[in-house]
Design a protein around this ligand. Structure first.
Ligand SMILES: Cc1cc2nc3c(=O)[nH]c(=O)nc-3n(C[C@H](O)[C@H](O)[C@H](O)COP(=O)(O)O)c2cc1C
Length: 399
């Protein structure tokens, strides 16, 4: 009998040919203006050739004030559409589907990059890595951000993408609005779960007004922020999942962690101390060394570490397909996850960096587990400004 992982799955009106999803993975490969490069096209062409059913490239910034790291893909202007169309075509060549992950990086934007203090729902929480507090957004800035998401979704339609994924995880802007730890507002945008959800609701509704009915709108949701005081918890995530269902969202991908407060929860496994410290300016290195080294051994990877999050939202999501990301490593666990109905789709990031053809190998019974060892050197490549690849054997030094 055919393994359930190789059966198709509908996401909204889009048929995904199997249950494998490439979870959004920042590549550090775009042009300085955010344009799509040949290396990006090659990367996703290869993954599509490897039979990944649904491909979500690394986040795309919707607004110039929400742009982090050195080479992210932009979807903030119409000039991007041509390159994005080529990206879509490369994936469609092999009958894979593609969603664009739309993001505003909020507090994780670097002040040097944008020439001003980064924006957030509230200004109260100091970034413990970069030591600054963000600036609280005013009504106009909130409206501008909502419009930027809607305009970006319209560009995704023009580029031929099959859908979008709103990045509501990992401590970026939407996640911060949803989280009581980061969102301390007492106006229409905070103070209750309904108010904290309002920003995402307006983003979704504005997108719905601009895109065709069969265009997929999906969400990557934190089911646990793991902040020092409660942020999104599994219970709150379940409440938000119910609200997303009411809005007609087509898929929810379950994740966790808020990069600036619990860096390694999002990508459990080894803590790459040396590689992360290498990226810091000299004056920060001693403190960073102590801080990062103290994390070692605390984030060992248990397979499918977001399963508990998926189970907590499932009762609220009805027929909406759930994609599970986070430490999925063996064919056995993936199959069990789908047969037990914890999730409908299996999403991976790090394993695809090392083995873009792993789905084919599973299909041909050539392998039954991925060879990624979760050393997290691919993650440490981001602050070092290196493009994404498997650095398990060798991590370049900065000098
Ligand atoms: C190098 C790297 C870049 C990432 N970039 C993104 C991103 O752009 N958007 C996102 O939602 N998650 C991003 N993530 C998180 C992954 O999508 C995924 O949630 C996480 O790695 C856990 O899944 P895994 O165990 O299959 O790697 C990134 C992870 C890595 C390692």
């Amino acid at each position: 009998m055919m393994n359930v992982l190789f059966t198709s799955q509908m996401v909204g009106n889009v048929e995904i040919k199997n249950r494998f999803v490439h979870s959004a993975t920042y590549e550090g490969m775009a042009d300085p203006d955010g344009g799509v490069t040949e290396s990006l096209i090659k990367r996703y062409h290869r993954l599509a050739r490897g039979d990944v059913g649904l491909i979500i490239p690394g986040f795309m910034y919707v607004h110039p004030l929400g742009r982090a790291y050195n080479a992210p893909i932009g979807i903030h202007s119409d000039d991007m559409i041509e390159g994005l169309t080529r990206l879509v075509d490369a994936v469609h060549e092999f009958d894979s589907k593609i969603f664009f992950q739309l993001n505003h990086t909020g507090q994780q934007t670097s002040p040097e990059d944008i020439g001003q203090t980064p924006l957030a729902p509230s200004s109260s929480v100091r970034d413990p890595i970069n030591f600054f507090k963000p600036r609280q957004m005013d009504e106009t800035e909130i409206e501008n951000a909502v419009n930027a998401f809607a305009d970006a979704a319209e560009r995704a339609v023009k580029a031929g993408a099959d859908g979008v994924q709103l990045h509501c995880a990992h401590c970026y802007l939407i996640n911060q609005f949803l989280s009581p730890f980061f969102n301390r507002r007492q106006d229409n945008w905070g103070g209750s779960s309904v108010n904290r959800f309002r920003f995402l609701k307006q983003v979704i509704q504005s997108i719905q007004e601009k895109v065709p009915d069969d265009f997929c709108i999906s969400v990557k949701l934190n089911t646990n922020d793991f902040t020092p005081k409660p942020g999104i918890t599994p219970e709150l995530a379940a409440e938000y999942a119910g609200m997303l269902k009411d809005l007609g969202v087509d898929m929810i991908e379950v994740s966790c962690g808020s990069s600036i407060f619990s860096y390694m929860n999002m990508c459990r496994g080894e803590v790459p101390v040396k590689e992360l410290v290498q990226s810091m300016p000299l004056w920060k290195k001693p403190v960073a060394w102590l801080m990062i080294r103290s994390l070692k051994g605390k984030y060992d990877l248990d397979e499918g570490y977001n399963t508990i999050g998926a189970r907590s939202i499932r009762p609220m999501t009805g027929d909406i397909p759930i994609a599970l990301v986070g430490g999925m490593r063996t064919l056995e666990k993936m199959t069990q996850t789908v047969t037990d109905q914890d999730a409908d789709l299996i999403s991976m990031s790090r394993p695809f960096i090392r083995e873009p053809f792993i789905v084919n190998k599973f299909k041909k019974n050539k392998k039954d587990k991925v060879s990624c060892v979760s050393c997290n050197r691919c993650l440490a490549a981001i602050p070092n400004g290196f493009p994404v690849r498997c650095y398990n054997k060798h991590f370049p030094s900065m000098v």
